[in-house]
Design a protein around this ligand. Structure first.
Ligand code: AN7
Length: 402
């Protein structure tokens, strides 16, 4: 059993209410389970495949899910980068290995399943790209129409391609993501579409399974630190919520230090942490090569700040150059292909090591959130084009460095 609870004033709502913000105070809602009466055991989980639905007792869906077999992503040990940083316990959870190439699929399998259970007949989101790609695919799987709003000219090619091919109505607005989110929120409330941005409490329930899988992949122990790129701050909040539930159930005995990484040109959460502000000051003109996290007014900031502060974590920003350098390092030194926003998490670790914030004996798990192929244009801009040669062996031999 669960209900919706306001994260600010603790007002409660029935789970079947179509509501995204508290009617009393306007803050966000979260699904809260009655953990004492929940019939859940690690043995049951361990008998199921590593995937989002392994953890179904801690998810809101009661009927059969809309699934594309999401989750179960690899947890890689970063040996070469770890060695360079003097960090032997450095890991990357590669969420780019989900069905549409990002962690959003964990949220959408739950969110679109709930849309169906709640009797909603269409879904919508605003997106910097990955949310739209994922929602379009899950709406297609559910057989319901989907509307997505994108900031014009600021979404990576692969993500737009996915949203279009999966059959969403794709609208580009002349404005940034933050404005697109306001617009789609209004549209959903006035016209009865189901909103699947991270203001949706059920979507974030799916995303918390990243943390569950990390614990299972590390043999049942929590890492010392979890590092996530932060845009709308939904994912870091979701992972924190899930790990708190595991702690309350006694499945793990401590919380990792939740650590958020933003881009230099879009760092409202970092400012709030550094200056110890009670609330976040939005960035009106966010800008970064990591377009996925080009977000100035993260709607989940309240939860994310609490997650960072209560676990003794931190937040840091990285420059576009640092992001791209780490994208290349992950690709060339580890064989791991991620998009720029995802490389931000590991770039943040490099910076926190240099600053002496991360101890070298810590076990650190970075969530790398999206696949390299999401943003081919940013990749091609960083690399020399292939050498084109005449089709004979002599030309080949003179072109190669052997
Ligand atoms: C690769 O798709 O917001 O802090 O609209 O695509 O939970 O927002 C994407 C976000 C990190 C940040 N990495 O997560 C969207 C969108 C990648 C992302 C984030 C996003 P949140």
């Amino acid at each position: 059993m669960y209900r919706l609870v306001c994260v600010h004033c603790a007002a409660t709502y029935a789970p079947e209410e179509i509501i995204y913000t508290c009617a009393r105070c306007g803050h966000l809602l979260a699904a809260e389970y009655d953990l004492e009466t929940l019939d859940v055991s690690r043995e049951t989980w361990n008998r199921r495949p590593l995937a989002v639905w392994r953890y179904r007792e801690l998810l809101p869906v009661r009927g059969g899910p809309v699934t594309l077999q999401e989750g179960g992503t690899p947890l890689y040990r970063l040996t070469r980068i770890g060695e360079e940083l003097g960090l032997s316990g450095l890991y990357a959870k590669h969420e780019g290995m989900n069905p549409t190439g990002s962690f959003k699929d964990r949220g959408m399998t739950v969110g679109v399943s709930m849309a169906r259970e709640l009797g909603m007949r269409s879904v919508a989101c605003a997106s910097t790209g990955n949310t739209s790609a994922s929602l379009a695919a899950y709406a297609a799987a559910a057989g319901i129409p989907c509307v997505v709003l994108l900031p014009a000219g600021k979404v990576a090619l692969g993500k737009v391609a996915q949203a279009l091919m999966h059959g969403a109505q794709v609208i580009s607005i002349r404005g940034n993501f933050d404005r697109a989110l306001e617009m789609v929120h209004e549209l959903c409330v006035s016209h009865g579409l189901y909103l699947l941005n991270s203001v949706n409490p059920y979507r974030l329930e799916g995303q918390k399974t990243i943390g569950f899988e990390v614990i299972d992949q590390l043999g049942g122990e929590a890492p010392d630190r979890m590092v996530l790129p932060v845009g709308n701050a939904g994912n870091i909040s979701a992972v924190h919520k899930g790990l708190r539930e595991l702690t309350a159930l006694g499945f793990v005995d401590r919380m990792p230090m939740m650590t958020g990484v933003q881009a230099e040109g879009s760092r409202p959460v970092v400012n709030a942490v550094e200056q110890n502000l009670p609330e976040l000051i939005p960035e009106p003109n966010p800008e970064t090569v990591a377009t996925a996290i080009r977000i100035g007014a993260p709607v989940n900031a309240e939860k994310a700040l609490a997650a960072i502060r209560t676990t003794g974590g931190t937040a840091i920003s990285v420059t576009d150059d640092e992001i791209l350098a780490m994208q290349r390092d992950l690709a060339r030194k580890e064989g791991i292909g991620v998009e720029p926003a995802s490389a931000a998490s590991v770039a943040g670790v490099r910076k926190l090591i240099d600053a002496g914030v991360i101890d070298r004996d810590e076990q650190v798990v970075c969530v790398v959130t999206g696949h390299l192929l999401k943003d081919p244009e940013t990749v091609v801009r960083q690399c020399k084009p292939p050498l084109e040669i005449d089709a004979d062996l002599q030309s080949l031999l003179s072109a190669l460095r052997l």
